[in-house]
Design a protein around this ligand. Structure first.
Ligand SMILES: NC(=O)c1ccc[n+]([C@@H]2O[C@H](COP(=O)([O-])OP(=O)(O)OC[C@H]3O[C@@H](n4cnc5c(N)ncnc54)[C@H](O)[C@@H]3O)[C@@H](O)[C@H]2O)c1
Length: 248
C-alpha cells in the first residue's frame, strides 16, 4: 500500500491509461477522484475500483476549461480533505494531416485539451498541494514530446509543451514540497491507438525495439511510483516508458 492516506485526481480516467492509473492508485490505498468528460466511462472506472474494495468517486470536468479544473480540485478537497496527487492525463490525438493542411479548429482543440488543460490543471492543483503540505503531479507527455510523428502537428507540439510546462512548474514549486514530473509513453494499446488508421497501426509495432506495444497497466506502474514517496527526490524530469522507441 504505497499510497495510503493520499488523495488523487486522475483526469481522463474513463478510459485507457487514465482508467488503469486510477485503478492502480486505488489499489495502492489512495482515495481517487475519477474525472472525465465521458461520464459513462468514468463511472465504470469507479465501479471497478469500489468492487475491488477501493475508494473513488466520479466528477465530470472538461480539462480545457480553467473553471472546471478549479471545481475538480475544490470537490477533491471537500470530499477527502486534501489533495496530494494529480495525474493530468486527459488528452486527444486529433487528426493526421500534414502541417500546412492541418485543420485550424483541430489545432485549437488539441492545444486546448493536451497543453492548456495541463496548465489549467496545475494552476488549480499546486495551491491545493501546498495547503496539504506537499504533493506529486504527473503530466502525460509522450515519446512525441521528444520526437515528431508525421501528421500529428498539434499533438506533437502540445506534448513537447507539456515537458516545458513540467520543468517550469518544478522549478517554481519543488521547494514547496510539490514534485512535478512528465512521463512519455510510446504507443500503448488503448482506445486512442485503436482509433488510428490500420496501416499506421501495422507499422507501429516494429518501431518498438521490445517488439510490441505497451499496456496501460505498465504506464500506471510508473505513475504510481512517481506519485509515491518512494520518488521523493524526483522532480522536473521526463521519464520515457517506451519499449526502447527513443533509443533508436
Ligand atoms: N495510448 C498511447 O499510445 C499514448 C502514448 C503516449 C501518451 N498518451 C497520452 O496518455 C493520455 C491518455 O491516453 P489514452 O491512450 O488512455 O487515451 P483514451 O482515448 O483511451 O482516453 C482519454 C480519456 O480522456 C478523456 N478526455 C478527452 N478530452 C477530455 C477533456 N477535455 N476533459 C476531460 N477528459 C477528456 C476521454 O473522454 C477519455 O476517456 C493522453 O494524454 C495521451 O495523449 C497516450
Amino acid at each position: 500500500m504505497d499510497l495510503e492516506k493520499k488523495t488523487a485526481i486522475v483526469t481522463g480516467a474513463g478510459s485507457g491509461i487514465g482508467r488503469a492509473t486510477a485503478v492502480r492508485l486505488a489499489k495502492g490505498g489512495a482515495r481517487v477522484v475519477v474525472s472525465d468528460v465521458n461520464e459513462e466511462g468514468g463511472k465504470q472506472t469507479v465501479e471497478e475500483i469500489t468492487e475491488a474494495g477501493g475508494e473513488a468517486f466520479f466528477f465530470r470536468a472538461d480539462t480545457s476549461k480553467p473553471e472546471e479544473n478549479e471545481a475538480l480540485v475544490r470537490e477533491a478537497e471537500a470530499r477527502y480533505g486534501a489533495l496530494h496527487v494529480a495525474v493530468n492525463n486527459a488528452g486527444i490525438a486529433g487528426p493526421m494531416e500534414p502541417l500546412v493542411d492541418y485543420p485550424l479548429e483541430d489545432w485549437d482543440r488539441v492545444i486546448a485539451i493536451n497543453l492548456s488543460g495541463v496548465y489549467y490543471g496545475m494552476r488549480a492543483q499546486i495551491p491545493a498541494m501546498k495547503r496539504a503540505g506537499g504533493g506529486s503531479i504527473i503530466n502525460l507527455s509522450s515519446i512525441l514530446g521528444q520526437v515528431a510523428f508525421h501528421g500529428l502537428t498539434a499533438y506533437v507540439a502540445a506534448k513537447h509543451g507539456v515537458v516545458g510546462l513540467t520543468r517550469i512548474a518544478a522549478l517554481e514549486y519543488s521547494a514547496d514540497g510539490v514534485r512535478i514530473n512528465a512521463i512519455g509513453p510510446a504507443f500503448i494499446r488503448t482506445p486512442m491507438v485503436d482509433a488510428l488508421p490500420e496501416d499506421i497501426k501495422r507499422g507501429l509495432i516494429e518501431k518498438h525495439p521490445i517488439g510490441r506495444l505497451g499496456e496501460a497497466k505498465e504506464v500506471a506502474e510508473l505513475i504510481a511510483f512517481l506519485a509515491s514517496d518512494r520518488a521523493s527526490f524526483i522532480t522536473g524530469t521526463y521519464y520515457a516508458i517506451d519499449g526502447g522507441y527513443l533509443a533508436q
